[in-house]
Design a protein around this ligand. Sequence first.
Ligand SMILES: Nc1ncnc2c1ncn2[C@@H]1O[C@H](COP(=O)(O)OP(=O)(O)OP(=O)(O)O)[C@@H](O)[C@H]1O
Ligand SMILES: [Mg+2]
Length: 240
Amino acid sequence: MAAVNILETKGLTKTYGGLDANRDIDFALPRGDVHALIGPNGAGKSTFVGMLSGRIPATRGQVWFDGAEVTRLPAHKRISLGIAYTFQITSVFAKLPVRENVALAVRRILGRDRAAVRAKVDGVLERVGMVDQAYQLAGDLSYGHQRVLEIGMGLAQNPELFILDEPTQGLALPEVEAFKNLVNDLRGETTILLIEHNMNVVMEVSDSLTVLNHGEVLARGTPDEIRENADVQAAYLGGV
Ligand SMILES: Nc1ncnc2c1ncn2[C@@H]1O[C@H](COP(=O)(O)OP(=O)(O)OP(=O)(O)O)[C@@H](O)[C@H]1O
Ligand SMILES: [Mg+2]
């Protein structure tokens, strides 16, 4: 039977020199949820998801995906298990057309079956609203469209868990609205873990939130619970 929690961590810790960027993080993500990870700059959010995706090796602690331990599994193996992620820094292939960027991601799961790849690429471009940009070089796109393309490249892998590191950073308002719609459209199809500073996005799309501060979990709850949490107010939300 599939595990109830698609992802769990126990005691997950990352130490850089003398600094614990993450310290003893126990975390569970129920399958199908849209969960947001928030917290001040330097709180350890990117470090945490880096250890989930396998890009950053854990100093100690464990990560389980779908009931199996993946703590020492390399990133590409985690991708093939169904973990997709987008980086905080945009990382599309600037010299390739949009279509080809998506096709590279699709081939990771579909191999080289050309008709199947083409159909899947078309579906992804449609879904993220980039049909009109399909033949532009990714490097010529606006910053906002590059971010949307990255989301498309993640979706192209049919992820079971989709991790997004600040997907709306630098997006214009209509693009932020489109992003919220996309998350709602994906609800039920994939589990989403979202690092996000835009509280409007967080409060609207997430089922639950975890607040990190100084590398530790400060609070966890529903959007309303987090909004009313005095510790969170003091550490992060301030006047929100
Ligand atoms: N490669 C590294 N070497 C040394 N220290 C690092 C490294 N990566 C991150 N850190 C430190 O670890 C802490 C957590 O950083 P991290 O990038 O995870 O924070 P964040 O919550 O994602 O912040 P932001 O909101 O600014 O993206 C910070 O103090 C950062 O300076
Ligand atoms: Mg970060």
